[in-house]
Ligand binder design. Structure first.
Ligand SMILES: NC(=O)c1ccc[n+]([C@@H]2O[C@H](COP(=O)([O-])OP(=O)(O)OC[C@H]3O[C@@H](n4cnc5c(N)ncnc54)[C@H](OP(=O)(O)O)[C@@H]3O)[C@@H](O)[C@H]2O)c1
Length: 259
């Protein structure tokens, strides 16, 4: 990413990216910040989050640690944004978990419940919070919402079936809320295939060339790839785009592959 080719589409705007101390969330936060946004970062672990915050130019981001599925954490995040900045323009719901691998038919229901709680209800709760908090003026600001789904939510992926179910639900939530919240608020999603982050390590480490062979683009994704797509979908450049899930997969699905 060359900064000289990047615009300043978020000048004066405030963005919240959940799960952004590393990986895709950080890729999105960096791109929004470089383009002028003040960005609020979240993650569970305070220390790595503080280290990430320290990598940004002074005063351009803040970090608030907590669990995405904890209502007290969400309230703290929204109240802090309202008090400090008095506005929210962009919400990126990026947190998603996949704590179990194996056949869906054998999944422990408590594990399934946790995945759905964090990935689906967590996404919904963040969006409810942003839209309903009067101090954020989200609707007045023509707020934009972006939720991270997955290609595993489009076609079943072996070993991560329930995760795929949750990501299919995220995609449908995006469309449902886009219909409900227009014309003031736009809601879109991104469905990535394998992006090189800690989360996806098990899907490519030690066999990257073999995995990459299924991708017409000739490589796996990077957090910067998703950051660039996210900036488009949350900027005024995509003003007529809502209720869409952008498949960011290097052509994998079209070529008949699965993540
Ligand atoms: N990487 C891929 O190939 C891929 C493909 C499709 C979709 N996705 C989706 O992309 C999103 C981000 O994944 P990633 O690959 O960037 O993962 P990652 O590299 O593991 O980063 C996850 C980030 O979210 C934070 N986080 C995790 N669980 C959290 C929770 N319950 N509450 C608050 N923060 C939490 C982590 O910090 P802490 O650990 O400190 O909480 C970290 O900052 C997920 O929704 C994932 O499903 C990823």
């Amino acid at each position: 990413m060359s900064e000289s080719t990047i615009g300043r589409r978020f000048e004066g705007q405030v963005a919240l990216v959940t799960g952004s101390s590393r990986g895709i969330g950080l890729g999105i936060a960096k791109r929004l910040q470089v383009e002028g946004a003040t960005v609020v970062l979240t993650a569970r672990k305070p220390e790595p989050l503080a280290e990430t915050v320290a990598e940004f130019p002074d005063g351009t981001v803040i970090g608030i640690a907590g669990k995405a599925d904890d209502s007290a954490h969400r309230a703290e995040v929204f109240d802090t944004i309202a008090e400090k900045f008095g506005r929210l323009d962009v919400l990126v719901t990026n947190v998603g978990i996949n704590p179990v691998y194996g056949d869906t038919i054998d999944i422990e229901l408590d594990a399934a419940r946790k995945i759905l709680e964090v990935n689906v209800l967590g996404t919904l709760a963040w969006i409810q919070g942003a839209v309903h908090h009067e101090g954020l003026k989200f609707r007045e600001n023509k707020g934009r919402i972006l939720s991270i789904s997955s290609v595993a939510g489009q076609n079943p992926s072996k070993g991560i079936g329930l995760y795929g179910v949750s990501k299919a639900a995220v995609a449908h939530l995006v469309k449902t809320l886009a219909v409900e919240l227009g014309p003031d608020i736009r809601v879109n999603g991104i469905a990535p295939a394998v992006v090189k982050t800690r989360f996806a390590t098990a899907l490519y480490e030690g066999r990257e060339a073999e995995v990459t062979a299924a991708y017409p683009a000739g490589r796996l994704g990077t957090p910067e790839d998703i950051g660039a797509a996210a900036a488009y979908l949350t900027s005024s450049d995509s003003d007529w785009i809502t209720a869409q899930i952008l498949t960011a997969d290097g052509g994998l699905i079209t070529a008949g592959g699965t993540a």
